[in-house]
Ligand binder design. Structure first.
Ligand SMILES: *Cc1c(COP(=O)(O)O)cnc(C)c1O
Length: 393
């Protein structure tokens, strides 16, 4: 286990000991939460924060599979994660448990929105003081989704990279526990639970293809790591798998590097996209994400704002899941990967859908039609709705 340090760290595990200690039966005997895999998470004791997080549904989406032209499609649906409806509840619960073990009393983060929501909520329930720093121009649902918990919300006039730089300075000076700065190694490990759960829910096997939205590239890197760890500790067989990345075209530094065939990630100084949750111009884990994709034969795609909106609508109309803009990125990018044959039509794919659509309503307001308005009268219903609809059918 790593000792606390302000530099970049990677949690270390004794895989032989873990292999001897766990089995499929032992894991399955535990609660259906992300803590089912706690031997592979970097906390010392029993978790006391975020004990309910994880084990979101893995949904088979046959109608969307047909629309996208692929044989088998699964949605890992973190739009219903607890308590703040995004995958960030996973990383925050690991980071805050560790923060508590390390004695921090004030926790904080640099965030594109979802992380702020999760830090605010989990700190509130744990009684920790919190500060969340965000770009000032985030969606209303993301801002309100932090303010409501009584946290200190600091809007920065600037892009995420500037928010992050400021947070590094504050962390160094005041010794607060920034979940994604000085606590980042613990935070990042929490992402692995999404991959552990996918394999668990597929009856202990690794899906052939996984498509993952990327901001810093951390989630993708950690899903790759989670599959390899399950192989290492003997829980799943070593079968071929590919991890693919998805970004928004208006902020696609990792996707562009992949397409250029390099691992040198060129920063995007001014992201321009409706996908604010993924708008990180200087992705900390971009290099590692590129190698994870390449090592597994994966590819990368990116989606324009219009394609993102269509992706959100397809996911809603064909799978019944209302995702935020990052979900639109994932669906639209998967569509391109399937069309280009990078994900073959006759194979199986899991889409990681990472945040709820009610938080980014601006993206689709006015683009999904309007309710048809009538008086509370059966005659009006019959004349204006039923008669027209049956005539149209
Ligand atoms: C944070 C986030 C991601 C992934 O971020 P990484 O920095 O790449 O780990 C994906 N989707 C949503 C909705 C997010 O908030």
């Amino acid at each position: 286990m790593c000792d606390f340090d302000f530099g970049p760290l990677e949690a270390a595990y004794d895989y032989d000991a873990i292999k001897a200690a766990i089995s499929r039966d032992i894991l399955r005997s535990r609660k259906r939460r992300m803590w089912r895999y706690r031997e592979l998470l970097p906390i010392d004791g029993e978790p006391t924060i975020g004990t309910q997080v994880g084990f979101t549904p893995l949904v088979r989406a046959d109608r969307l599979a047909k629309k996208l032209g692929v044989r088998t499609l699964w949605i890992k649906n973190d739009t219903v994660n607890y308590p703040t409806l995004s995958f960030k509840d996973r990383v925050v619960s690991v980071a805050l448990n560790r923060a508590k073990e390390l004695g921090f009393t004030t926790v904080a983060c640099a965030s594109t929105g979802n992380l702020a929501n999760s830090v605010a909520a989990n700190a509130a329930s744990a009684g920790l003081k919190s500060y969340v720093l965000i770009p000032a121009d985030l969606e209303q649902g993301k801002v309100l989704g932090s303010l409501v918990y009584g946290t200190n919300v600091i809007g920065i006039h600037g892009a995420y990279d500037q928010v992050n730089r400021l947070c590094s300075e504050i962390a160094g000076k005041y010794g607060w526990g920034f979940v994604n700065v000085n606590l980042r190694p613990y935070y990042a490990e929490g992402s692995k639970t999404m991959g552990f759960e996918i394999c668990d829910q597929l009856d202990w096997r690794i899906p052939r293809h996984t498509v993952v939205p990327m901001a810093s590239g951390s989630l993708l890197t950690k899903i790759h790591k989670s599959y390899n760890e399950l192989i290492k500790v003997g829980i799943v067989d070593s079968t071929p798998f590919s991890v693919h990345g998805a970004q928004a075209t208006g902020c696609a530094p990792i996707s562009h590097a992949m397409k250029r065939g390099t691992d040198i990630v060129k920063p995007v100084p001014k992201p321009e996209t409706i996908v604010k949750s993924l708008a990180i111009g200087t992705p900390a884990d971009g290099y590692y994400a590129i190698h994870a994709m390449r090592d597994t034969g994966g590819s990368c795609e990116d989606a324009s704002d219009a394609e993102v909106v269509e992706g959100i609508q397809w996911l809603a109309e064909y799978a019944g899941i209302f995702a935020e803009t990052a979900g639109g990125v994932t669906v639209a990018s998967a569509k391109k990967l399937i069309e280009s044959g990078k994900i073959p039509h006759d194979e199986e794919v899991v889409l990681c859908i990472t945040g709820h659509g009610l938080k980014t309503q601006e993206a689709v307001v006015g683009k999904c039609g309007e309710p048809r308005l009538i008086k509370p009268s059966l005659r009006e219903f019959e004349e204006q709705i039923y008669a027209k609809d049956t005539a149209a059918a």
